[in-house]
Design a protein around this ligand. Structure first.
Ligand code: AKB
Length: 306
């Protein structure tokens, strides 16, 4: 009997992943946790994932077999408090990896990000293996985390699986503190004010993905037979890629008068150091990854729900 624990369940990914896991495994077999549990559905607990003893207790008491570790401080917020971001992102990963190493967990999911790449990475069709020289503390923690995941797999046989998420586009929960957040903010601003000021320049191309695709990728990876998982650092996955100007153009099919202005801030340098489009050939080959959303389809879905 599989029992999953989701850390960071009230966040942008967690909200949708918990629902998808519960639809597959049964409501009672997926325990949702976050710093505050008010927004969560039972079974759920308030948990600070930094609290190793509380996490251990939860895993053992509820005989958890899989952990989805979604706790992180993202790229933009991380730059404002680098040491806190490093501590949160790394310590919580170690807590989970150690529980798996001790045999308490059968499988772990931990997300990496396009932020693990840097200015010397080929930006177009970024290969699975390429120079990685992240410039943000978030990106450094993701690259280090990838290597620790690989290490725990190789040395201790931990079945940890990971995806390098692009910017994730969703309407159920707002993102918090990322560089790709503009691509969600714009939908709320278009509906409210018919205008948006982008904190990234008009021609800043980034890899993005509709949340439905991201959840499908996560579940496909976690459900794949173990011999199909050949990469234990983290898999490139791609969805769509676009610039703020291209996103606005697609949105004008719904909001013909949408007015755009551009006021790049500190997040521009972060975005400029990231890939523009990922080569996800390995994910397609190993566990059959295939994105389903185009830019226009993603926009239509966002407009319909926001
Ligand atoms: C961020 O912008 O920090 C995140 C990410 C790309 O991992 N959305």
């Amino acid at each position: 009997m599989e029992k999953a624990l989701v850390l960071g369940a009230a966040g942008q990914i967690g909200t949708e992943l918990v629902a998808a896991l519960r639809a597959r495994m049964g409501q009672e077999n997926v325990i949702a946790t976050d710093l505050r549990a008010e927004a969560l559905e039972e079974p759920c607990f308030a948990l600070n994932a930094m609290d190793e003893a509380a996490l251990r207790d939860l895993v053992q008491t509820h005989e958890i077999t899989q952990v989805y570790h979604l706790v992180a401080m993202l790229s933009a917020t991380g730059e404002k408090m680098p040491e806190k971001a490093w501590e949160l992102n790394m310590m919580t990963l170690f807590h989970v990896l150690n529980l798996a190493k001790e045999g308490h967990l059968k499988r772990v999911f931990w997300p990496s990000s396009i932020a693990a790449f840097g200015p010397n990475t080929p930006a177009v069709d970024t290969p699975q293996y390429s120079p990685m020289d992240p410039t943000t503390v978030y990106g450094i923690s993701k690259l280090a985390g990838e290597l620790w995941c690989q290490y725990y797999h190789d040395k201790y046989g931990v079945d940890v699986r990971s995806i390098r998420y692009p910017g994730l586009i969703s309407w159920k929960t707002l993102p918090g503190g990322g560089t790709t957040d503009y691509a969600i903010d714009i939908f709320h601003a278009a509906r409210r004010e018919g205008a948006y000021t982008s904190f990234l320049a008009a021609n800043t191309r980034l890899p993005m993905m509709h949340m439905e695709d991201a959840i499908r990728a996560t579940l496909s990876l976690m459900e794949a037979p173990v011999d199909q998982i050949k990469i234990r650092s983290s898999y490139n996955v791609s969805g769509v890629d676009f610039t703020p100007a291209e996103l606005a153009e697609s949105m004008r099919r719904h909001y013909p008068d949408l007015a755009m202005t551009y006021a790049p801030d500190f997040r521009q340098a972060i975005a400029s150091s990231w890939p523009q489009r990922m080569d996800d050939g390995k994910a397609r080959e190993d566990w059959g990854w295939q994105p389903s959303y185009t830019l226009d389809r993603m926009v239509d879905d966002m407009v319909a729900h926001i």
